[in-house]
Design a protein around this ligand. Structure first.
Ligand code: VGL
Ligand code: ZN
Length: 193
């Protein structure tokens, strides 16, 4: 990937629960993704590109979790080890936390009220625009959920959007979910590289 001052790197949810084999929602290959994402971060910094992070940031109970009616094991509970960035991730920019009021959206750009379904923007779009971004490169975890949703929203918001496949990995709740996510992103105009 080529970065410049107008091409931002968006690092999605590289947190212990997804990236560490001991995490509660470990994504197979998550550890290698940390190394690949770090190489992108180094290139972005060298090119003077904005680097922005997201963190899945849930309360102890949320309709997002299986125990409360959702589909996921408890993960990324705010201010716990699972929600921390992976210790090897290079952190070089602001982080947008999503889900803290029980919202169950996946995108770094939008939060969805679990009761009303109403969608509200996070501060990610404003943060990127303030930093001068017109293009975004979306990397991190997981491809078939937050990375896909963040890339689709970035397109919808008018960013030229790039998704380097080797810097992400899929949950694959059903086999093929990762490939389907790439196809959906391509159809929406995301450049899968
Ligand atoms: C994610 C499942 C549940 C993600 C977040 O970051 O992709 N996946 N919550
Ligand atoms: Zn989550």
């Amino acid at each position: 990937m080529e970065f410049d001052a107008r091409t931002a790197l968006v690092v999605v949810d590289v947190q212990n629960d997804f990236a560490d084999p001991k995490g509660s929602l470990y994504v197979s290959g998550g550890e290698e993704v940390v190394a690949t994402v770090n190489r992108h971060i180094v290139s972005a910094i060298a090119a003077g590109a904005p680097v922005v992070y997201t963190q899945d940031w849930h309360p102890e109970s949320t309709p997002h979790f299986e125990k409360d009616g959702g589909i996921w094991p408890v993960h990324c509970v705010m201010d716990t080890w699972g929600a921390d960035f992976h210790p090897r991730l290079l952190v070089a920019g602001p982080s947008v936390k999503k889900g803290s009021h029980g919202e169950d959206g996946y995108s770094g750009f939008t939060m969805r009220d679990p009761e009303t379904g109403e969608e509200k923007p996070t501060e990610l779009d404003a943060t990127l625009r303030e930093m001068g971004a017109e293009r975004v490169v979306v990397v991190g975890l997981a491809l078939d959920y937050c990375v896909k949703a963040t890339a689709l929203d970035a397109r919808r918001l008018g960013y030229d959007t790039f998704l380097p496949v080797e810097a992400t990995a899929a949950v694959n709740l059903s086999p093929g979910d990762g490939d389907a996510a790439l196809e959906e992103a391509r159809s929406a105009g995301v450049v899968v590289v």
